[in-house]
Design a protein around this ligand. Sequence first.
Ligand SMILES: Cc1cc2nc3c(=O)[nH]c(=O)nc-3n(C[C@H](O)[C@H](O)[C@H](O)COP(=O)(O)O)c2cc1C
Length: 267
Amino acid sequence: MVLYFSGTGNCLAIARRLAEHCGEQVMSLYDAATTDLTQEKLIGLVYPTYYFNPPKPVLKLVEQLRISPSAYVFIVIPCGAQTGNAIWAVERILRRKGIKVAYCHKVRVPDCSAIGFGRNPNEQKWKFEKFAQRVEQIEYDIAMRRHIHHFGAWGVAGWLCALPFVERKTLPLLQPAVNPEKCIGCGTCVSVCPQANIKLVAACHEPVSSNGQTAHVALIGNDCAQCLSCVHFCPHQAVQIASNTTLKAFQYHHPNVKLKDMIRRVE
Ligand SMILES: Cc1cc2nc3c(=O)[nH]c(=O)nc-3n(C[C@H](O)[C@H](O)[C@H](O)COP(=O)(O)O)c2cc1C
């Protein structure tokens, strides 16, 4: 079983490829946290790097996983540049649970954060070319059940960014917010938010729409993972980061992943 956490589809696309190659299924980490996986002989974890760390929900979800200590466990991390602490942090949690990670590696992908996303087609081109080679190598390694740890380099920038006070300063820079003037209450962001942290509320700027119904706008709650799926999938570019207008040309998601793939499963 290959488990993933994904906001803009890079992790889902990689998880699907690796799963297909080893004849396994993919499952969202949210579903995996409530599933008994102790019979699985192979467990893959594919999640992004956020601020040189794993996304906060990933840490909680991995704590809850029920997997067998005899399973072959691998971690693959897509990142814009550097993984920093992203592999170690999850490896530590698994080790405490008596589970050994057999293999880990990183894959550089077009970055979905505000700094890099979709801005530079050349960057996307070379990253996707390298991406293909790296994923092929990982597929091979996993099929051979190899035991290799590529933790990725740290670098000064990664070390600094993982410091708690730097994180506190940088978190607000990538905090999504809804522009009520552009939001038409279509609910796309509500359905793609993996944390179920967005809801539709009655709009206060224009209470009644042209067909006489109450107009709604999206409201983001306090449990944001900053995966930015709401920013990148909004069909009206109504979710923006740090008051910067979102342009259609800057929206990014992995080309093999569609909106329907990102919709959160509702019980
Ligand atoms: C809030 C945020 C922080 C990020 N921080 C880092 C980082 O520290 N290092 C890095 O290499 N990439 C970073 N990225 C880029 C993501 O790791 C990368 O875009 C990843 O592929 C996203 O996966 P997804 O498409 O499955 O959501 C960050 C992205 C976001 C949204």
